[in-house]
Design a binder for this molecule. Structure first.
Ligand SMILES: Cc1cc2nc3c(=O)[nH]c(=O)nc-3n(C[C@H](O)[C@H](O)[C@H](O)COP(=O)(O)OP(=O)(O)OC[C@H]3O[C@@H](n4cnc5c(N)ncnc54)[C@H](O)[C@@H]3O)c2cc1C
Length: 256
Protein backbone atom coordinates (compact mmCIF):
# COMPACT_ATOMS: atom_id res chain seq x y z
CA UNK A 1 0.00 0.00 0.00
CA UNK A 2 1.27 3.49 -0.85
CA UNK A 3 2.62 5.27 2.25
CA UNK A 4 1.09 8.65 3.04
CA UNK A 5 2.85 11.60 4.66
CA UNK A 6 2.11 12.48 8.27
CA UNK A 7 -1.05 14.56 8.68
CA UNK A 8 1.02 17.48 10.07
CA UNK A 9 2.97 17.54 6.79
CA UNK A 10 -0.19 17.46 4.69
CA UNK A 11 -1.62 20.38 6.68
CA UNK A 12 1.65 22.33 6.53
CA UNK A 13 1.95 21.79 2.78
CA UNK A 14 -1.63 23.00 2.31
CA UNK A 15 -0.85 26.19 4.25
CA UNK A 16 2.30 26.74 2.20
CA UNK A 17 0.67 26.00 -1.15
CA UNK A 18 3.15 23.15 -1.60
CA UNK A 19 2.93 19.36 -1.93
CA UNK A 20 3.76 16.66 0.64
CA UNK A 21 4.85 13.19 -0.36
CA UNK A 22 6.81 10.15 0.78
CA UNK A 23 9.84 9.79 -1.48
CA UNK A 24 12.26 6.89 -1.65
CA UNK A 25 16.03 7.35 -1.46
CA UNK A 26 17.50 6.07 -4.73
CA UNK A 27 21.17 6.79 -4.08
CA UNK A 28 23.54 8.51 -1.72
CA UNK A 29 27.19 9.24 -2.37
CA UNK A 30 30.00 11.27 -0.85
CA UNK A 31 31.08 14.26 -2.98
CA UNK A 32 33.82 15.34 -0.54
CA UNK A 33 34.65 15.24 3.18
CA UNK A 34 32.07 17.97 3.68
CA UNK A 35 29.29 17.14 1.23
CA UNK A 36 27.05 14.23 0.42
CA UNK A 37 24.61 13.88 -2.47
CA UNK A 38 21.20 12.25 -1.94
CA UNK A 39 18.83 11.38 -4.79
CA UNK A 40 15.16 10.96 -3.80
CA UNK A 41 12.71 9.26 -6.16
CA UNK A 42 8.99 9.82 -6.62
CA UNK A 43 9.07 13.53 -5.81
CA UNK A 44 10.43 15.31 -8.91
CA UNK A 45 7.32 17.52 -9.10
CA UNK A 46 8.21 18.97 -5.66
CA UNK A 47 11.58 20.28 -6.92
CA UNK A 48 10.31 23.62 -8.21
CA UNK A 49 12.57 25.96 -10.15
CA UNK A 50 16.24 26.92 -9.74
CA UNK A 51 16.51 28.43 -6.23
CA UNK A 52 13.74 26.22 -4.75
CA UNK A 53 14.24 24.02 -1.72
CA UNK A 54 12.36 21.18 -0.06
CA UNK A 55 11.58 20.43 3.58
CA UNK A 56 12.54 17.03 4.94
CA UNK A 57 10.92 15.60 8.08
CA UNK A 58 13.52 14.11 10.43
CA UNK A 59 13.81 13.07 14.07
CA UNK A 60 15.97 14.87 16.62
CA UNK A 61 17.99 13.21 19.42
CA UNK A 62 14.86 12.82 21.54
CA UNK A 63 12.90 11.23 18.66
CA UNK A 64 10.89 14.42 18.12
CA UNK A 65 10.00 15.33 14.54
CA UNK A 66 11.79 18.40 13.15
CA UNK A 67 12.06 19.75 9.64
CA UNK A 68 15.16 20.74 7.74
CA UNK A 69 15.27 22.60 4.42
CA UNK A 70 17.59 21.72 1.55
CA UNK A 71 18.03 23.44 -1.80
CA UNK A 72 17.31 21.25 -4.77
CA UNK A 73 20.51 20.63 -6.70
CA UNK A 74 18.76 19.14 -9.73
CA UNK A 75 15.52 17.57 -10.87
CA UNK A 76 15.55 14.60 -13.23
CA UNK A 77 12.03 14.13 -14.64
CA UNK A 78 13.05 10.95 -16.51
CA UNK A 79 13.94 9.34 -13.13
CA UNK A 80 11.14 11.16 -11.28
CA UNK A 81 13.81 12.26 -8.81
CA UNK A 82 15.36 15.26 -7.18
CA UNK A 83 18.86 15.53 -5.74
CA UNK A 84 20.13 17.36 -2.65
CA UNK A 85 23.64 18.24 -1.47
CA UNK A 86 24.02 18.13 2.34
CA UNK A 87 26.90 19.37 4.45
CA UNK A 88 28.44 16.80 6.77
CA UNK A 89 30.85 18.61 9.05
CA UNK A 90 28.67 19.21 12.13
CA UNK A 91 26.20 17.32 14.30
CA UNK A 92 22.42 17.70 13.92
CA UNK A 93 19.39 15.75 12.71
CA UNK A 94 20.11 16.70 9.09
CA UNK A 95 23.73 15.62 9.20
CA UNK A 96 22.93 12.40 11.03
CA UNK A 97 20.30 11.57 8.42
CA UNK A 98 22.71 12.27 5.57
CA UNK A 99 25.32 9.98 7.14
CA UNK A 100 22.95 7.09 7.80
CA UNK A 101 20.67 7.25 4.77
CA UNK A 102 20.48 4.16 2.53
CA UNK A 103 18.91 3.48 -0.86
CA UNK A 104 15.36 2.23 -0.25
CA UNK A 105 14.76 4.45 2.81
CA UNK A 106 11.52 6.41 2.85
CA UNK A 107 11.66 10.15 3.39
CA UNK A 108 8.92 12.70 3.83
CA UNK A 109 9.29 15.69 1.52
CA UNK A 110 7.39 19.00 1.32
CA UNK A 111 8.02 21.27 -1.66
CA UNK A 112 8.65 23.34 -3.52
CA UNK A 113 9.66 26.04 -1.04
CA UNK A 114 11.57 29.31 -1.29
CA UNK A 115 11.13 32.66 -2.99
CA UNK A 116 14.59 33.36 -4.41
CA UNK A 117 14.88 32.61 -8.12
CA UNK A 118 17.26 33.67 -10.88
CA UNK A 119 16.98 37.28 -11.98
CA UNK A 120 17.39 36.49 -15.68
CA UNK A 121 17.44 40.19 -16.61
CA UNK A 122 20.72 40.79 -14.72
CA UNK A 123 23.92 41.16 -16.78
CA UNK A 124 25.91 39.08 -14.32
CA UNK A 125 25.31 36.95 -11.22
CA UNK A 126 27.40 36.67 -8.05
CA UNK A 127 26.96 33.60 -5.82
CA UNK A 128 28.54 34.02 -2.41
CA UNK A 129 28.38 31.99 0.81
CA UNK A 130 29.48 28.61 2.13
CA UNK A 131 29.22 24.91 1.36
CA UNK A 132 25.53 24.79 2.34
CA UNK A 133 24.77 27.12 -0.59
CA UNK A 134 26.56 25.08 -3.25
CA UNK A 135 23.51 23.13 -4.45
CA UNK A 136 21.49 26.31 -4.96
CA UNK A 137 24.45 28.15 -6.51
CA UNK A 138 24.94 25.37 -9.07
CA UNK A 139 21.29 25.03 -10.04
CA UNK A 140 20.88 28.81 -10.33
CA UNK A 141 24.10 29.17 -12.34
CA UNK A 142 23.00 26.41 -14.72
CA UNK A 143 19.83 28.39 -15.43
CA UNK A 144 21.62 31.62 -16.48
CA UNK A 145 20.69 32.45 -20.10
CA UNK A 146 23.73 31.82 -22.34
CA UNK A 147 26.10 33.37 -23.08
CA UNK A 148 26.23 34.50 -19.48
CA UNK A 149 28.51 35.71 -16.73
CA UNK A 150 28.82 34.35 -13.19
CA UNK A 151 31.11 34.89 -10.22
CA UNK A 152 31.24 32.57 -7.25
CA UNK A 153 32.95 32.93 -3.88
CA UNK A 154 32.61 30.05 -1.41
CA UNK A 155 34.04 29.62 2.06
CA UNK A 156 35.11 26.02 2.67
CA UNK A 157 36.91 24.16 5.42
CA UNK A 158 39.38 22.73 2.93
CA UNK A 159 39.91 23.35 -0.79
CA UNK A 160 39.04 19.67 -1.34
CA UNK A 161 35.44 20.54 -0.37
CA UNK A 162 35.08 23.04 -3.18
CA UNK A 163 32.77 21.53 -5.78
CA UNK A 164 32.44 24.13 -8.54
CA UNK A 165 31.04 23.25 -11.98
CA UNK A 166 31.43 22.06 -14.62
CA UNK A 167 29.19 24.57 -16.35
CA UNK A 168 28.32 25.27 -20.00
CA UNK A 169 31.20 26.66 -22.05
CA UNK A 170 29.22 29.83 -22.80
CA UNK A 171 29.05 30.65 -19.10
CA UNK A 172 32.02 32.80 -18.23
CA UNK A 173 32.87 31.98 -14.61
CA UNK A 174 35.22 33.53 -12.04
CA UNK A 175 35.49 31.37 -8.92
CA UNK A 176 37.21 32.18 -5.63
CA UNK A 177 37.60 29.46 -3.02
CA UNK A 178 38.15 30.78 0.51
CA UNK A 179 39.71 28.29 2.93
CA UNK A 180 38.62 28.96 6.51
CA UNK A 181 42.11 28.57 7.98
CA UNK A 182 40.87 28.36 11.57
CA UNK A 183 38.56 31.36 11.36
CA UNK A 184 35.26 30.99 13.24
CA UNK A 185 32.27 29.75 11.24
CA UNK A 186 30.50 33.11 11.73
CA UNK A 187 33.53 35.21 10.79
CA UNK A 188 32.92 36.89 7.41
CA UNK A 189 36.54 38.08 6.99
CA UNK A 190 37.51 35.48 4.39
CA UNK A 191 34.56 36.24 2.13
CA UNK A 192 35.04 40.00 2.68
CA UNK A 193 38.60 39.68 1.36
CA UNK A 194 37.39 37.59 -1.58
CA UNK A 195 34.75 40.16 -2.45
CA UNK A 196 37.23 43.01 -2.18
CA UNK A 197 39.58 41.34 -4.67
CA UNK A 198 36.89 40.40 -7.21
CA UNK A 199 36.48 42.73 -10.15
CA UNK A 200 32.77 43.09 -10.74
CA UNK A 201 31.76 43.20 -14.43
CA UNK A 202 30.01 46.20 -15.98
CA UNK A 203 26.22 46.28 -16.17
CA UNK A 204 23.65 45.34 -13.55
CA UNK A 205 24.65 42.53 -11.25
CA UNK A 206 22.58 40.32 -9.00
CA UNK A 207 24.01 38.73 -5.86
CA UNK A 208 22.73 35.57 -4.16
CA UNK A 209 24.00 35.16 -0.59
CA UNK A 210 23.36 31.85 1.21
CA UNK A 211 25.10 30.55 4.31
CA UNK A 212 25.68 31.26 7.99
CA UNK A 213 23.35 33.86 9.63
CA UNK A 214 25.97 36.45 10.70
CA UNK A 215 28.05 36.04 7.56
CA UNK A 216 24.99 36.56 5.34
CA UNK A 217 24.13 39.76 7.23
CA UNK A 218 27.66 41.10 6.98
CA UNK A 219 27.88 40.29 3.27
CA UNK A 220 24.66 42.18 2.54
CA UNK A 221 26.35 45.36 3.76
CA UNK A 222 29.61 44.56 1.97
CA UNK A 223 27.75 44.08 -1.32
CA UNK A 224 26.05 47.48 -0.98
CA UNK A 225 29.51 48.95 -0.39
CA UNK A 226 30.62 47.34 -3.66
CA UNK A 227 27.88 49.26 -5.46
CA UNK A 228 24.99 46.80 -5.68
CA UNK A 229 21.53 48.20 -4.94
CA UNK A 230 19.44 46.73 -2.09
CA UNK A 231 17.08 45.18 -4.65
CA UNK A 232 20.00 43.47 -6.35
CA UNK A 233 20.95 41.35 -3.35
CA UNK A 234 18.95 38.16 -2.64
CA UNK A 235 19.94 36.68 0.68
CA UNK A 236 18.91 33.84 2.96
CA UNK A 237 20.46 32.59 6.19
CA UNK A 238 20.61 28.79 5.98
CA UNK A 239 22.02 28.02 9.45
CA UNK A 240 23.44 29.76 12.50
CA UNK A 241 26.76 29.11 14.19
CA UNK A 242 26.34 27.52 17.64
CA UNK A 243 22.55 27.10 17.39
CA UNK A 244 20.42 24.38 15.90
CA UNK A 245 17.88 25.53 13.33
CA UNK A 246 14.33 25.85 14.68
CA UNK A 247 11.91 22.95 14.25
CA UNK A 248 10.48 24.50 11.07
CA UNK A 249 13.96 24.42 9.53
CA UNK A 250 15.11 28.06 9.65
CA UNK A 251 17.80 29.64 11.83
CA UNK A 252 16.58 31.79 14.72
CA UNK A 253 16.53 35.45 13.75
CA UNK A 254 16.98 37.02 17.21
CA UNK A 255 20.06 39.23 17.43
CA UNK A 256 21.33 37.98 20.82
C1 LIG B 1 16.10 27.62 2.52
C2 LIG B 1 17.22 26.75 3.06
C3 LIG B 1 17.98 25.99 2.19
C4 LIG B 1 19.03 25.18 2.68
N1 LIG B 1 19.76 24.44 1.80
C5 LIG B 1 20.78 23.65 2.26
C6 LIG B 1 21.53 22.82 1.37
O1 LIG B 1 21.29 22.79 0.15
N2 LIG B 1 22.52 22.05 1.91
C7 LIG B 1 22.81 22.06 3.26
O2 LIG B 1 23.71 21.34 3.69
N3 LIG B 1 22.11 22.83 4.11
C8 LIG B 1 21.09 23.62 3.64
N4 LIG B 1 20.37 24.38 4.53
C9 LIG B 1 20.69 24.26 5.95
C10 LIG B 1 19.98 23.00 6.52
O3 LIG B 1 18.58 23.17 6.44
C11 LIG B 1 20.29 22.71 7.96
O4 LIG B 1 20.21 23.82 8.73
C12 LIG B 1 21.67 22.17 8.14
O5 LIG B 1 21.82 21.01 7.38
C13 LIG B 1 21.90 21.77 9.55
O6 LIG B 1 20.91 20.89 9.99
P1 LIG B 1 21.23 19.86 11.13
O7 LIG B 1 19.93 19.31 11.58
O8 LIG B 1 22.29 18.92 10.69
O9 LIG B 1 21.87 20.78 12.26
P2 LIG B 1 21.15 21.74 13.33
O10 LIG B 1 20.38 20.91 14.29
O11 LIG B 1 20.41 22.82 12.62
O12 LIG B 1 22.42 22.39 14.03
C14 LIG B 1 23.30 21.63 14.87
C15 LIG B 1 24.62 22.36 15.04
O13 LIG B 1 25.32 22.33 13.80
C16 LIG B 1 25.71 23.65 13.42
N5 LIG B 1 25.62 23.75 11.93
C17 LIG B 1 24.49 23.72 11.19
N6 LIG B 1 24.78 23.81 9.88
C18 LIG B 1 26.13 23.90 9.80
C19 LIG B 1 27.04 24.02 8.73
N7 LIG B 1 26.62 24.07 7.43
N8 LIG B 1 28.36 24.07 9.00
C20 LIG B 1 28.80 24.04 10.29
N9 LIG B 1 28.00 23.93 11.35
C21 LIG B 1 26.67 23.86 11.12
C22 LIG B 1 24.72 24.59 14.12
O14 LIG B 1 25.32 25.86 14.36
C23 LIG B 1 24.46 23.84 15.41
O15 LIG B 1 25.45 24.14 16.36
C24 LIG B 1 19.33 25.18 4.06
C25 LIG B 1 18.55 25.97 4.94
C26 LIG B 1 17.51 26.75 4.46
C27 LIG B 1 16.72 27.58 5.42
Amino acid sequence: MKKLPDDSSVQLALRLGAGARIGRVLASSRLSDALTEIEIGGVSDLGGVPGSDVMIRLLDDAGRPVRRRYSVRRVEPSRDSLTLWLTLDHNGPGTRWSQAVQPGDDVEVIGPRGKITLDSSADWHLFIGDTSGLAAFHRLAESIPLPGRALIAVAVESARDARIGPFAQDLSLDAVIVERLGRALDDPAGLFDALATMSLPPGRGRAYVFGEFHVVRALQVALLDRGLGPDDVSHKAYWRHGRANADHGEPEKSTN
